[in-house]
Structure formats: C-alpha cells, structure tokens
Design a protein. Structure first.
Length: 377
C-alpha cells in the first residue's frame, strides 16, 4: 500500500503502540485515585503533558487534554464567546475553516450571534488585513486556522494577533493548529493566539486524543464539559491515559530531528508537483506552503472516480478532507474554480515516511487514469 493521506490521519509507530500497551496492561490506574498506584499515574500524566507542552512552547499548566481537534475548536470558540459576551456578539472567521469551526459558528448564529466570514483569494490565501478589516468594537472572537487542511495554505496568525492589539484588544483569537502542529513550527508564547487546538492522530498518535492551549488573556475559561473537575477543573472526564501516553511518545518521535523530517516532506512535495504537472489536464490548486499538503485537479475527471481507481491499486489519496463524509468541500467552493476543475480536486498529503517512489507510483497511476478513462464532465 502507498499511503498519501497523512492529513487525514497518520500511521502509529510501534513505539507509540508499545507505550500505550504498557499503560493499558500495567499502568492502568485512574490518575485521580488517592492511593500510590493512582498517584504514580498522575505523575506520569503530568510528565506526558510536559512533553507536549514543550513542543507547543507553552507552560504545562496551559495545555489541557481533549478527545480531538474538533473538541478543542468547539471548546475554544464557546469559551471565548462566554468570556466576551459583554464585549459583543460578533465573530470573524474564514470560509475555509474546518467544519469543526464553521458548524460551531453556524450553531452560534442560531443562538443570536453574528458571524462575518472572510473569503480567500484564488490561491486560497487569507491576509491579516482582510481579517482585521472585519473586526468591530463588538467582535468577541476571531477564529482563523493555522494551516488549511486541503490546500496547505499557511495563514498569518501572528500578524492577526499583533493587529488585534490595535484594532480591538479585547477580541480573543483562536487558531485550529491541527494541520500546523509539528509541520509548521510555531511557539505558543510568540504566536499571540489565545487558544490553539491540536490533535494527536495527525502526528503519529492514536485517534481520540488532542489538546487545547489556553493563553493568559483567557480568564476563568468556561468548561465545555462540566463534571468531576479533571484537567485542572476545566475538562471533566477521566483522563485517557493510554492515548495521552501515545500522544507524548508520538511527539517525542516526531520532535527528534524535526527539521530533517520537514525538509524531507517539502522535497517530496516539490517532487510531486514536478511529476503531477507533467500529466495532461492536471493542475495544482492553490499555493499552499505547508510541506505536507498538495491539492491538484484533473479537470473533467470526477475526484471520487480518481480516488476509487487509485484506491483499487493500493494508492490512498483523498477527494479533500476526510471529515466531509461525502459532502462537497467548502474550501474548494470558496475558490470559485471552474466547475470541471472543482469537481476533479484531489489531495495528496505526506509524512516523514513518504518516499519519492511513492510519488512515482501515484503519478503513473494518475497518468494511466487520464489516458485510459474517459472524462465525465
């Protein structure tokens, strides 16, 4: 199998699975238990938290475990709106956010909030100026993702954070960094965002674990899940200790020689661009600078047909985000591409394990699809 869908999820290294297995079978105590076995697990959880916090570049007590990026996004948006409910009921976001953000904002609209949605340019880029121009005195929250999951576009979070100080210093800033964490280096301390959501299964950890950074400007953040008061009273529910252990081990592995891994992914992406653009009717979509995501279209050939054909040959690519469940992509729609181009968009995404031979095989399969399948659009 040739796996070119790392933006959807990533393989779990054996060392990560082994770390989880040890917790599941030997270190299975509830970290909230008061006897020594439980307190030993509590210390382990805090050690693992510190490992991930170091990679985010924040204090350990600023990082809270969640079940996934979607939970982190929803918690951040709701907490920001609650804190700033007296500032106003206006939110600024973009048209190319993950559905975790867009659908949460849509739900808030039904509750009486007003949402301004910023459109990207034809390359999929969002400028800090366009975001800041939409901020008003009653803007409670700005939510802009760090890296677009379909285009690989990197958005100017630090510039937006700096601009907010001048435009409306009370407005809080959230960024969905699920596709940015350990792919586009950043420091929570320097970035300036008040909330940063990350997810484990995008970097070699298991599914079902993520984290939310909450910055110092957030006062008494409102919990998304009330209950027993775990996670320093902010995220109730018994900690998923095996997943947390796996998350920390995955971060350790990815952090080791990270620059080399990022350089390799960027080289693989550049090689893929060279190979794919040599295929007739195939064009690159957007101008994303992230090293691991590449969007392309074979105009006239429906993307799902391409995905199915390659999949039958053991080559895994996607027709956009894996989170759409068959729905059309809001990201592609926001680019206002010609219909035949938009319908043929596929996404290739890479990891440290991706090889140039993987790209050769994918390019050959795409060329064969073009040569032997009739266009349908």
């Amino acid at each position: 199998m040739i796996y070119l869908d790392h933006a959807a999820t990533t393989p779990v290294p054996k060392a990560v699975a082994d770390a989880m297995y040890t917790v599941l079978t030997e270190q299975y105590a509830n970290p909230n238990a008061q006897y020594p076995f439980g307190q030993e697990m509590r210390r382990s959880v805090e050690d693992w938290r510190a490992v991930i916090a170091k990679a985010v570049d924040c204090e350990a007590n600023q990082l809270f475990f969640t079940s996934c990026g979607t939970e982190g996004d929803n918690w951040a948006i709701r907490a920001a709106c609650w804190q700033n409910r007296h500032v106003g009921r206006h939110i600024v976001t973009t048209a190319v956010e993950h559905h975790a953000v867009l659908n949460c904002c849509q739900q808030l609209e039904q509750e009486g909030w007003e949402v301004t949605t910023i459109l990207p340019d034809q390359n999929g880029d969002i400028s800090a100026e366009s975001v800041l121009a939409a901020v008003r005195p009653d803007t409670a929250l700005v939510s802009v993702m760090m890296v677009n999951n379909e285009l690989g576009s990197i958005y100017p979070i630090a510039d937006i954070a700096k601009g907010l100080k001048a435009v409306n210093e009370k407005t809080l800033l959230h960024t969905d960094a699920v596709q940015g964490f350990l792919k586009v280096p950043f420091s929570a301390k320097a970035l300036g965002a008040d909330f940063i959501a990350i997810s484990g299964h995008k970097v070699g950890a298991p599914k079902g674990i993520g984290a939310l950074y909450i910055g110092p400007r957030v006062r008494n953040p409102r919990p998304l899940l009330p209950g027993g008061g775990q996670e320093m009273g902010l995220r109730s529910g018994t900690e998923a200790t095996a997943q947390i252990a796996g998350f920390a081990k995955a971060v350790e592995l990815r952090w080791d020689h990270l620059e080399d891994k990022l350089r390799h992914m960027a080289e693989v992406k550049a090689y893929a661009v060279e190979k794919l653009t040599a295929i007739p009717d195939l064009q690159i979509i957007g101008d994303g600078k992230a090293p691991h995501v590449l969007s392309a279209s074979m105009a006239g050939w429906p993307s799902q047909n391409v995905v199915n054909d390659l999949g039958s040959q053991g080559i895994c690519v996607s027709a956009g985000s894996a989170c759409h469940h068959g729905k059309s992509s809001q990201v592609v729609a926001a680019l206002h591409l010609p219909k035949r181009v938009a319908a043929g968009v596929i996404r290739l995404s890479f990891g440290p394990e991706t090889t140039f031979a993987d790209i050769d095989a994918c390019a050959e399969a795409l060329r064969n699809h073009h040569n032997h399948r009739m266009p349908m659009l």
